[in-house]
Design a protein. Structure first.
Length: 281
C-alpha cells in the first residue's frame, strides 16, 4: 500500500488507516485475525479511542506482535488536565503499550471546548507533560466543526489534525475546504475521517452497518470514488469506518488509486447532489 509523509514528523503512513471500532465487540481471536489481515494489506496506521466501547481492550493484544512496526494513534474526549492525564494512562494500560505515537483531542466542536483545553488546567497541559515524559510522540486533534478546528490551529503548533474530508460534506455541506487550506499552510499532517460516509441515516431506516452512526457508501464503486476524492487532496491517510467489509473496500481502492481527473471530480460532485451531508458549515 502507498505510504505518505505525515506533515513534518518524518513518519510515513499507509494511505488507509485501521479504525479501531472494527474490533469493538469482536472476540479476542477475531480481533487478532482482523489486525493481522490489515497488516498483511500494508496498513501501518491504527487509530482508536476509549469511547469506542471495548476497542482498546481488543486492539491492544492484537497489535502486540506488530507494535514496533506500526503507528498507533489514540484520543481523549476529556478537556481538563487531570481527566485527560487519567484517560491517557487508562488507554496505555488497555492498549498494552508504554506510549502512543499520536495522541489527539477527540471530536472538538465548540469554541468553549477550545478555551477549556488551551486554558489553565486544560487538557493541553497533560499533553505537553505526556510528551515530555515520552508517553506520547506527537500531538494532534480531531474536530467536528470548522470553527473549532480553525481556532485550534491558531492556538497551538499541532503535528496533525483528523477531520471529515468527505465527498458529500465537501460539495453539499461546503465543509472542509477552509480547514484543509489552513492545515496545509501550517504544514500539519492531514488525516481524514468519515471518508466513506455517504449521508445521514433516514428515520426508521434499516441499518445494515451497526457500527456507523451514518449511512456509508453502498458499494465498492462508490467507495473507490470516495477514497479517490479524499486521497486526491494533500491528505496523508483516511481512517476506515468500523466494519471490516468497508476497510477491505478502502484497501482495494487504495491498491488501484490514481488521482481524480477533472472529469471524474465533476462526476463525484454530481453524485453528491441530493444527499444529506453528515457535517455542514
Amino acid at each position: 500500500m502507498e505510504k505518505r509523509p505525515l506533515g513534518k514528523t518524518g513518519v510515513t503512513l499507509s494511505v488507509v488507516g485501521f479504525g479501531g471500532i472494527i474490533v469493538m465487540n469482536e472476540s479476542i481471536a477475531n480481533a487478532r485475525r482482523l489486525v493481522a489481515e490489515a497488516v498483511s494489506r500494508g496498513i501501518n496506521y491504527f487509530d482508536v479511542a476509549p469511547s469506542y466501547g471495548n476497542a482498546e481492550e481488543r486492539l491492544g493484544p492484537a497489535l502486540e506482535p506488530y507494535r514496533k512496526s506500526v503507528f498507533l494513534a489514540c484520543k481523549t474526549g476529556e478537556r481538563s488536565r487531570k481527566k485527560a492525564w487519567l484517560e491517557l494512562h487508562g488507554s496505555l494500560r488497555r492498549l498494552r503499550t508504554d506510549h502512543v505515537d499520536l495522541y489527539q483531542l477527540h471530536g472538538v466542536t465548540t469554541l468553549k471546548e477550545v478555551d477549556q483545553i488551551m486554558g489553565a488546567g486544560g487538557a493541553m497541559e497533560a499533553f505537553l507533560e505526556a510528551r515530555k515524559q515520552g508517553l506520547i510522540r506527537y500531538i494532534g486533534f480531531s474536530a467536528h466543526s470548522e470553527e473549532a478546528a480553525l481556532s485550534l490551529l491558531d492556538h497551538f503548533a499541532f503535528d496533525s489534525l483528523l477531520f471529515p474530508f468527505n465527498w458529500v460534506c465537501w460539495h453539499q455541506g461546503h465543509f472542509g475546504p477552509q480547514v484543509l487550506s489552513k492545515a496545509q499552510e501550517k504544514g500539519l499532517g492531514i488525516l481524514a475521517l468519515k471518508t466513506l460516509a455517504k449521508r445521514k441515516w433516514e428515520e426508521n431506516e434499516e441499518r445494515k452497518w451497526q457500527k456507523c452512526w451514518y449511512a456509508p457508501v453502498d458499494n465498492y464503486d462508490e467507495a473507490r470514488l470516495a477514497l479517490r476524492f479524499t486521497l486526491s487532496k494533500p491528505i496523508t491517510a483516511a481512517v476506515s469506518p468500523g466494519h471490516i467489509e468497508l476497510l477491505r473496500w478502502a484497501c482495494d481502492a487504495a491498491d488501484e488509486f490514481k488521482p481524480l481527473s477533472q472529469e471524474e471530480a465533476t462526476q463525484v460532485a454530481r453524485l453528491s447532489e441530493g444527499l444529506d451531508p453528515i457535517f455542514s458549515r
